[in-house]
Design a binder for this molecule. Structure first.
Ligand SMILES: *[C@@H]1O[C@H](CO)[C@@H](O)[C@H](O)[C@H]1NC(C)=O
Ligand SMILES: *[C@@H]1O[C@H](CO)[C@@H](O)[C@H](O)[C@H]1NC(C)=O
Ligand SMILES: *[C@@H]1O[C@H](CO)[C@@H](O)[C@H](O)[C@H]1NC(C)=O
Length: 436
């Protein structure tokens, strides 16, 4: 592992998310209305038209998010009634910061499909702050503004502009009330971004992943299973699940900048249903527990301890198992296999179809603290090792350079490497909490 990234522990400091809490399984009878991320890093997926028909006819999913603006997918979802969030490629961000390029982007990627395809949001890049690419970061808010202007100039007023963030945007998160954005980015990037969101009535998009934040003793807390709660002294709130803790940490950070009123969307969250032998927490039962309880929780409308009664549009990651992802766990985030059979059901299948089941007895968290949560070395592909990208991150206040040998800037791999780094950190540091 050490060969993969130097100073990996530093990277961890940006990505780790913790909590020590307990939890109750929330029950709700609310109708499910949930979105999915339709990722396509695979060579065996069905044609988009079949996917659109499947989602429409067989599931209650009413919104999807894609990681590009694939015209075949946009055409396939025309007149489906399913809302689509499209994504601007990270590399297009600097150009789009200029209005004429933003207008071209809208003309090429939105106008041909809208409004037949219910495109309701544009994600400008994916987890840009986690790339630590100064050029992308500097152009992010300008690109969002210019896309918004370009849409308006095209007469389109009902497509929101936003950008998804990993939890690594926070330097503090535990307990939730301490949540705050990384210094240096808070006033320069996040304040203007949140001002843009408030002005344009668009949401802040966040990717909370208890899967990337748990340690053995917080596994049940991460999975919405019963355990001891976490009490946040500053607010007097008890936390019963890590999802709430992560959401409230983000909310706390936003509130500190004066933007607690801006809507939050869960752009991605999920739990893989299969992993390698050294990942005992990665299995079907835990994927079912996390995703099924997540759906119930977000649909209950009860919100979080700091955001009571607020609802969060939520996109599960992901629709399909994607066979070209680098690791076993990454290949198994899907709710469905490429032949449309359900890996498990989180309550989104129509017509009473049921696949998979909730295990009756929760499994105790693994007690062996060694070698439990580490993504296997095999996760690091030759390509990743040979890639020339260098990742540098500024950590709160001081400058700590990190050099990473992986393709850290690619939208669909940032998270996997974050997971890798995070787990490596746990291995190396006895999984102790730390703060920046
Ligand atoms: C929070 O949990 C603690 C410990 O379980 C309990 O003593 C306290 O009454 C709870 N507080 C609230 C506000 O529920
Ligand atoms: C949340 O909803 C409940 C039930 O409708 C209500 O009693 C409570 O006052 C609401 N809380 C807030 C903060 O709006
Ligand atoms: C779907 O694919 C899975 C694994 O890829 C296979 O086990 C299953 O038999 C297939 N089901 C159908 C109905 O084709």
């Amino acid at each position: 592992m050490a060969a993969y990234c130097n100073s990996i522990a530093k990277l961890f400091k940006l990505l780790i998310f913790f909590t020590i809490c307990s939890l109750f399984v929330h029950r709700s009878t609310a109708a499910y209305s949930i979105g999915v991320n339709y990722g396509t890093v695979a060579d065996n997926l069905p044609p988009p038209a079949q996917v659109a028909a499947f989602i429409k006819d067989q599931t209650t999913i009413n919104k999807i998010k894609i990681f590009d603006a694939n015209p075949d997918i946009l055409r396939a979802f025309a007149n489906s009634g399913i809302a689509v969030t499209v994504t601007v490629g990270n590399g297009d961000i600097p150009a789009i910061a200029k209005l004429p390029a933003a207008q071209s982007w809208v003309a090429n990627n939105i106008s041909p499909f809208y409004p037949q395809t219910k495109i309701d949001r544009i994600a400008v890049g994916n987890e840009i702050m986690a790339t630590s690419d100064k050029n992308l970061i500097a152009h992010l808010v300008p690109a969002m503004k210019s896309l918004h202007s370009a849409l308006k100039l095209s007469g389109i007023t009902d497509i929101q502009v936003s950008t998804p963030h990993s939890m690594g945007i926070l330097s503090l998160s535990d307990p939730p009330s301490t949540g705050r954005f990384r210094r240096g980015y808070d006033r320069v990037i996040f304040a203007p971004m949140l001002e843009f969101h408030r002005r344009t009535k668009s949401p802040f998009m966040i990717c909370p992943y208890p899967y990337f934040g748990f340690v053995p003793k917080t596994l049940n807390y991460a999975l919405f299973k019963p355990n001891h709660g976490v009490f946040d002294k500053a607010t007097g709130k008890n936390y019963t699940n890590m999802f709430d803790g992560q959401m409230d940490a983000v909310y706390s950070a936003m509130k500190k900048l004066g933007y607690g009123d801006v809507d939050i969307i869960v752009a991605e969250t999920g739990w893989p249903s299969a992993g390698d032998p050294n990942q005992p927490a990665v299995n079907l039962e835990n994927a079912v527990s996390y995703n099924r309880n997540l759906v119930k929780h977000v649909n209950s409308g009860r919100g979080t301890p700091l955001m009571p009664n607020r609802t969060f549009e939520t996109y599960i990651f992901s629709l399909f198992n994607e066979d070209l992802k680098p690791t076993t766990s990454e290949r198994n985030f899907g709710l469905f296999r490429p032949n449309f059979t359900a890996v498990y059901d989180v309550g989104i299948l129509r017509n009473g179809q049921r696949v998979g089941s909730t295990p009756a007895t929760p499994t105790a968290p693994a007690s062996d603290p060694n070698k439990k949560w580490c993504v296997p070395k095999a996760a690091v592909s030759d390509a990743a090792l040979q890639a020339k990208h260098r990742l540098r991150m500024r950590l709160g206040g001081g400058l700590h350079a990190i050099q990473c040998g992986g393709p850290c800037f690619e939208p669909n791999t940032v998270r996997s490497h974050a997971a890798y780094a995070m787990n490596a950190y746990y291995q190396a540091n006895g999984r102790e909490q730390f703060r920046l």
